[in-house]
Ligand binder design. Sequence first.
Ligand code: PAF
Length: 297
Amino acid sequence: MSDVRQVGTRAELLSLPRGAAAGGPVALVPTMGALHEGHAALIRAAREATHGPVVVSVFVNPLQFAPGEDLDRYPRTLDADLEVCAGAGADVVFTPSVAEMYPDGVSTGATDAVSVDAGPLGTILEGASRPTHFRGVLTVVAKLFGLVRPDLAFFGEKDYQQLVLIEQMARELCLGVDVCGVETVRDADGLARSSRNQYLSDEERTVALALSRALSAARERAAYGVPSARWAAMKVLTGEPGLDLDYLALRSEDLTVDLSEEPDLPTTTGRVLVAARVGNTRLIDNMPIEFTTRGGA
Ligand code: PAF
């Protein structure tokens, strides 16, 4: 287990070694805490990628929660988080206060503070249900990039749309950060690891398994084309009465093309994505999908 240094201020971050003194590229793993095996996999991936400092940020970002969402009940488990960071090989854990990240206050209006607009890709899928979410995510990630000045940053594929948008932001705003995606970690029964799984009762957790089952069913039928894959996933989802479906989507890997509307495009790889509410908990999941033939069911 490595020794982890906890820092809470911008000033303390300035003492991070840089360049030759750092011994390798600086890697950042942004998180909101409540760390689980999925986060540990991100930290390990960062550790494997560099001999330089691995920084984990733990910050529950108010800007990405809309009023009425779970900002207040989001799990905060700092002592356990520090242990996960140490066990996975992090060097520094950045735990800023809200005032440290937003010295001018947290603005929820779109016009009264500088923020990063997620563009059209931020309005589909998660953005359709959570219209201010990606503005909050991209703004805090841009700030973290500015504060930590990483060469590499690691994000989970579990939040696939978030990953695609952060890659786009880093590329289009020339931030000089190499954004790296890490495969989703699942429990043995298929449930994608998420800090929000803690909200689920045993019964709800069983219902939630329909998400990964539906995605797997779509992948199994992919050889028969997009409509068959979609039908197979919907059969699983509609067969689970405890689940309130938000969307099931089949999209190109960059999320720009809705494959259900363009089933004859010559694309062979894509992503199948799902969001649903189980009780009071909104869950998302996705998997890569490969189509060997296209068109009719
Ligand atoms: O994925 C998350 O935990 C958050 O959205 C992130 C990227 C840390 C920004 O707050």
